[in-house]
Design a protein around this ligand. Structure first.
Ligand code: CNA
Length: 277
């Protein structure tokens, strides 16, 4: 299999070899690409995990297609299912996972070039990663506006409406939507502005994503050949493993980052950092 291809820059396809590579090459331009799987242990369901994922549990929203809840045309007709879900997922109810603290640790060590996230839960920020280090490729709940006239809507009122499970409306009558990217909408300019960074990375870490939503899913392919890519995920995704310097840590994200930290000698530091959040 391709797993037997001889690595070019690593001694072996192992976390220990990655740790050695990091130390010997003074790695400090790490690019991360993450998704909902880094937040599931915080209690936020992902989309696509069988049984536990949102798509398997959307019956209560009474939808024909689970994707409709994030579809802009559907929202314009009926925003209620989205707000029922927003009521469940609204930021402020969840604590960052140790995988989020791992990202903060990389930042503290001056090793983080950029963190690309598909998540809308703001848990990276909550773990202490500065906003300018994060590309929220699918937006977030941090701001909101009218879908018709685009007028911003106040945070405090938004908070109250979501708590009550009501749909906020603009003065013009249009529905208000958080600035999260729905199917059928463009990604924020920050995604395109930072798209050249994966090619400048000296290490890539992909965590907790099925890599099934484009254009985000193509980011790992932009990493240069000869730069190791580490996948920390329940299963193999996005063809990672096909390059000679790809390393797979299959299993849950929290165990994966602990394994990473252990190989670097950062175990206690990571646990302490997480303990403080
Ligand atoms: P997804 O398609 O649901 O995939 C999640 C991936 O993570 C799958 O491959 C799972 O096997 C894997 N996974 C789940 N739990 C773990 C775990 N504990 N350890 C390791 N791997 C795990 O989600 P994606 O993020 O790939 O899909 C992109 C969508 C999902 C984005 O548009 C997000 O906005 C959206 N989403 C975000 C959140 C959030 O912000 N927390 C929650 C649900 C969905």
């Amino acid at each position: 299999s391709d797993q037997s291809t001889r690595p070019s820059v690593l001694e072996a396809r192992s976390m220990e070899a990655v740790a050695k590579y990091i130390k010997q090459n003074d790695v400090k331009r790490i690019v991360l690409m993450v998704g909902a799987g880094i937040s599931t242990s915080a209690g936020i369901p992902d989309f696509r995990s069988p049984d536990t994922g949102l798509y398997a549990n959307l019956a209560f929203l009474d939808l024909e297609e689970p994707e409709d809840v994030f579809d802009i045309e559907f929202f314009r007709e009926n925003p209620k299912p989205f707000y029922a879900l927003a009521h469940e997922l609204y930021p402020g109810k969840f604590r960052p996972t140790i995988a989020h603290s791992f990202i903060k640790l990389l930042y503290d060590k001056g090793m983080l070039l950029k963190h690309f996230t598909q998540n809308i839960d703001c848990l990276e920020r909550q773990a202490g990663v500065p906003g300018e280090m994060i590309v929220e490729a699918h937006g977030s709940f941090a701001s909101q506006r009218c879908i018709e006239c685009k007028t911003p809507y106040p945070d405090e009122e938004m908070h109250q409406m979501v708590e009550k499970g009501e749909v906020p409306r603009c003065g013009c009558g249009g529905y208000v939507k958080p600035d999260i990217v729905f199917f059928g909408e463009a990604l924020p300019s920050s995604f395109f502005d930072n798209r050249s960074l994966p090619a400048a990375a000296d290490l890539c870490i992909v965590m907790g994503t099925s890599l099934s939503v484009q254009p985000f899913a193509s980011l790992p392919s932009l990493v240069s050949e000869g730069v190791p890519r580490v996948l920390i995920n329940m299963q193999r995704v996005g063809g990672i493993g096909s390059r000679p310097d790809d390393v797979l840590l299959l299993g849950d994200c929290d165990a994966g980052v602990r394994k990473f930290a252990k190989a670097m000698g950062w175990e206690q530091e990571l646990e302490a950092l997480w303990g403080e959040t």
